[in-house]
Design a protein around this ligand. Structure first.
Ligand SMILES: [Zn+2]
Length: 305
């Protein structure tokens, strides 16, 4: 699983990202030590419920760097990947809150943001029931400076959904001078079409990139079905339907989510759990396939230097 793969960039000076050279080195490392699984072989493995070996590459969030940096490199090497797209930015031409948080952390003094958040009325804006539940589970594997980590936790998990946008708007007004557009962050529908025509698989990552387990079943259903329908309406029928959970981890979805995916005819879905796919996963739980973060392997560490 990869997120940002890009060089240092003045527009996002402190973004946590995997450098392109590290990405290339990691591809070499995978090739030398494990080998990659072909697309046909992987799809066979899903359809026949039969475990096969090899590395599969996935890229979350529909980021522009996946088109600019990842796609050309995969093409050059004759590789393929799965690209999981949250459809809200393409549909509404707006940046998702989760990525607005990355912009804040990359472009502002995090200590100042932290102090500012502490001065807000925490009792009013926090979802109190969720605090203990999420405290130990979130971002366990992320290397980040402490303030960024706490700010991410506050904004992604503890703040009530109906207050979150307001809080982030306030932080943008207070700390950011520059404007950021959808094009600075996300790839376009034309990019997706081109990637698909060159053998990449395009999957759904919901519409709004929310923690699905927090949402009523009806809304979960909307998030799954609408995102698939939007993608298909723009780039054509998806003969392989695949999905991955926003944020990931067993706390981010529930039985209802898996049932919705199954009923919709989705072929397989990725969770985040640091282990290989087993035969048992393919037979019994194809909508919670485990997946490693790239930082678990040599050359895969992100940094903001
Ligand atoms: Zn995501």
């Amino acid at each position: 699983m990869y997120h940002y793969v890009r060089p240092k960039d003045e527009k996002f000076p402190n973004l946590f990202r995997l450098d392109i050279n590290s990405f290339k080195k990691q591809l070499d490392y995978f090739e030398a030590n494990y080998g990659f699984i072909s697309k046909d072989s992987f799809i066979d493995s899903i359809r026949n419920k039969e475990k096969k070996n090899g590395v599969l590459l996935t890229f979350d969030d529909g980021l522009i760097c996946h088109y600019k940096n990842v796609f050309p490199e995969l093409k050059k090497r004759g590789l393929w990947g799965i690209f999981y797209i949250p459809t809200f930015p393409l549909k509404h031409n707006k940046i998702l809150d989760v990525h607005r948080i990355h912009i804040l952390l990359s472009n502002c003094n995090v200590q100042e943001i932290y102090s500012y958040l502490l001065d807000m009325d925490i009792e009013k804006i926090f979802d109190k029931n969720k605090i203990d539940e999420f405290k130990k589970l979130t971002y366990i594997n992320q290397k980040n400076d402490q303030y960024s980590l706490i700010i991410k936790r506050i904004l992604n998990y503890y703040v009530k959904y109906n207050e979150r946008k307001k809080v982030i708007d306030e932080l943008f007004n207070e700390f950011l001078k520059e404007d950021f557009s959808v094009k600075d962050v996300y790839l376009s529908i034309d990019n997706l079409k081109e990637m698909q025509s060159e053998g990449m698989i395009i999957g759904s990552h919901t519409e709004n990139h929310q923690v699905l387990s927090k949402l009523p079943t009806k809304i979960q259903k909307y998030e799954v079905e609408n995102s698939f329908q939007f993608i298909e309406s723009k780039i054509g029928f998806l003969d392989v339907k695949t999905f991955c959970y926003p944020y990931g981890g067993f706390h981010t979805f529930n039985n209802q989510t898996e049932k919705i995916l199954y009923n919709y005819g989705c072929d397989f879905s990725f969770n985040v759990e640091q282990r290989d796919i087993s035969q048992n996963d393919l037979v019994n739980r194809v909508h919670a396939l485990p997946r490693f973060d790239c930082n678990q392997f040599k050359y895969g560490k992100s940094s903001n230097n």
